[in-house]
Every structure is written in structure tokens, then in C-alpha cells.
Design a protein around this ligand. Sequence first.
Ligand SMILES: Cc1cc2nc3c(=O)[nH]c(=O)nc-3n(C[C@H](O)[C@H](O)[C@H](O)COP(=O)(O)OP(=O)(O)OC[C@H]3O[C@@H](n4cnc5c(N)ncnc54)[C@H](O)[C@@H]3O)c2cc1C
Length: 429
Amino acid sequence: MNIAIIGGGAAGVFCSIQLKTFLPQSAVTIYEAGNKPLAKVAITGGGRCNLTNSFKNISNLKNAYPRGEQLIKRAFKTFSPQQTYNYFEKELGVSLVTQEDECVFPRSQNAMEIVNALINKAMSLGVQIETNHRVSSVQLAGGNGKITESKHNSHKYLISFHSSHKDRKINSVSADYVIVTTGGAPKTEFLNFLKELDIKIIPSTPSLFTLNLNESNPFSSLQGIVVKNVTLSIPGTNFKSHDTLLITHWGISGPATLKLSSYASRYLAENQYNAPLQIRWMEEKQIEEFISYNILHSPSRQIQNTHPQSIPKRLWSYILSNASLREEITWKEIKKKGVNKLVQIILNDSYRISSKGEYKEEFVTCGGVSLSEIDLYTLESKRYKGVYFAGEVLDVDAITGGFNLQAAWSCAYSVAAAIHKSFYSCTTQ
Ligand SMILES: Cc1cc2nc3c(=O)[nH]c(=O)nc-3n(C[C@H](O)[C@H](O)[C@H](O)COP(=O)(O)OP(=O)(O)OC[C@H]3O[C@@H](n4cnc5c(N)ncnc54)[C@H](O)[C@@H]3O)c2cc1C
């Protein structure tokens, strides 16, 4: 049995390992376009590789996976984040550490430890890795391959390669199973090699980016300020994120911004990254309690001298000025109208997003192979028996925090388990 994996990234390499573990007698070959496998994993998490998350802070998977959470839910039943943790520690011998923010890294803080552990395991199991082999097309070698035609995987697929690489050894190969793990496609054309199969592709849009605001001074003078527990929202939509905010020279960054960019990825792209933005600096109850406390206990103090713990002094002065309050007035001098204005600014500070920040942080694309094309349990194509998809090539993506790599591990394992099952159901019939 020949199994071809297209793409030697996180999903491809992990899948090859699981396949050779389940089916040691199968021939598993990874065809990788680049000159080495796992090149992206080597740079993940700033070179430290945030390979998964404890999921302790995730009450609803949709908050971590804005697209594809149903698929992820099923994949986690087959291979959960806890199983991933155990696999890396016990099977691959990589000691892991869970940070306070629940992100999981190798204890060595070195992504190369993950890369080397995976490559060594794949090699020891006999996985073939052909680098410098960019796939140009996948097509049926015979028959029409529609899944309803046959219970058995009697079809073969012909995989052809781009001729541009000088180190390319082969022009084409045939395979009984094809697993597509080519990662995120910033341009839809990157998936042209699937054209012959007429697979439905959801156009890609960027996810996880910073936002530029069309605010000049004084907001931009606040750059460098970090505020915890901020809520960002786009008025007129349901897009909302709650996390730490970083004010930058051009606008906003930090986890709250990256989350919002992920949730609203398609909406923002459709609107050319021009949309209203609301910042809620604190929750209503907290700001009301803060004001009442100061009016009662610090009536003679100037309002500029007592700011909420979560709001740094520079930001507090900016907020007071936006609320048209003179900083020198004392808490006993503040009028009801002033209190209302202050509360309103804290709860609904309005801005306008003017453009998308340049690529700086972790970059993930949203879009890819439509989930309507695949069986959500096995990740097999509904129309082409023996063709599977895993990882970021699918229209599945996550916020930052190790969730994207976790999706790659779980999907890859699910594909291997499904092929294993399909192989045995064929041989026992
Ligand atoms: C800078 C950066 C930092 C990141 N940090 C994190 C992090 O810390 N934690 C986290 O969870 N996620 C992180 N991510 C996201 C994460 O890296 C991806 O979600 C993950 O690598 C996806 O795995 P994959 O196997 O689907 O794709 P990839 O790892 O991208 O692998 C796809 C492979 O397919 C190959 N390929 C593409 N087209 C072809 C073709 N036609 N023929 C043959 N080969 C092909 C590519 O060369 C590539 O090697 C980060 C991303 C970036 C860019």
C-alpha cells in the first residue's frame, strides 16, 4: 500500500509517524516542496514552539477555533490535547512545560527539539521524505473515484511534480492514499494542484494581525501601554474579544487584537479593513464601584491622582480628557454629568480601524479546503475515496496559544486512524 503525503509540515510529518505506527508494512512517503521538512514549526512561538494548550481557559471551542470547531471537536475525541501532551513527553521524550497562560512549550524553549524529535521518529519508522518536490497536480489514475462507487479503495492517484527543482528525482508517482497537508494558502492559487479533483476552496483571508487606527495623537502617544481585561468589539456585528490590549504607534496589538482579527477575519477583509471599533477599558460594575468609592473615601483628592489599578496613569489622563473632565477637580467636585461621561468613555470608547497591521506576529490564514468537501470524522474527501486532508490546508484556524498546532496534530492523527480502519475493513471483506 502506497501512501503519499503532500507537505512535510506539522500535520504531514505527524500523520506519517502515526501511519507507520498503525501500518508498519505500508510505504509512506512525504513530498515536501521546500528543502527541509517542518521549516515552519522551527519558527513557531518565536523559535520556542507553542505546541499546544492546556485548554483550561477555553469553555467553548468556538472561542479558540472561529472556523471549524465542529471538526476539531471530533478530532479531539480521536486525539485530545492531553494525548498530544503525553505523546510528546512519553513517546518522543520531549519534556514540556505549561506556562501560566496555559500555553505549552518544550521545557528547553527550543522549537528545534520538537522538529528533531518528529524527524527522528519518522526516520526510525521508515518514512521516506522527498524534499524539493512541489506537487503540481493530483488526479485519478483510473476510474472516477467517487466514494459511492466502491466500498474498497480500488483507485490509484497520480501525483505530478513541478519541474523547477534541480534536486527533484521523480516526475510523478502513483499512490493508493493521498493525504494533503500543504498548510495555509495565503493565495488561493497555491491550491491549484487540486484543480483536477475540483475540490471546493474557500478563498483565503489573513487572520491574526494587528490593527491600525486612524487616530493620530494623543492616542498614538500612548504607545507601549498594556491594559489587561479589555473588551474590543465591532459595533453592528457580534465580533468581540476579551483579553490584554497593547497600544502601538499605529493602533492596537496584543492578544485582544489578535483574537478580534481572527474572529472578524472575513468581515474585515470584505470591508477593506475599514470598520468602527469600540474599546471597553473596564467592566461597568468595576468602574461604577471605583467612582463611588473615591467620591466617598477620597473626596478631596484630584481625580487625576486616583486611577483604577488596571488603567495606567497616562491612559487615565487621556480618558479624563476625552470625557472633558479637568484633571485638577476633586472627586467631590465631579458632577453627575461628568460621572456619566467618564463611565461612557470607559465602556464605549469609539475608534475607527483604518487598515490591517503588517505581518509581525504569528500569521495564519483562514480559508482553504471547504469542510463541506470532507467527512468530518475521517477527514476523507466525500467524493474521492482515499484522499484525505489535515492541518491548515482545511478551512479551520485558531487564535494564538498553541491551538493551530494542536489542530494539526489532532487532524493528522485522525486521518491516520481512519486509514488504518479503512485498510482493515477492506482486508476483512
Ligand atoms: C511565524 C509563525 C509562528 C507560529 N507560531 C505558532 C505557535 O507557536 N503555535 C501554534 O499553534 N501555531 C503557530 N503558528 C501556526 C502553525 O505554524 C501552523 O498552523 C501549522 O504549522 C500548520 O501545520 P500544517 O502542517 O498544516 O502546515 P505547515 O506546517 O505550513 O506545513 C505545510 C508544508 O507543506 C509544504 N507544501 C505546500 N505546498 C506544497 C506542494 N504543492 N507540494 C509539496 N509541499 C507543499 C510547505 O512547504 C510546508 O512545509 C505559527 C505560524 C507562523 C507563520
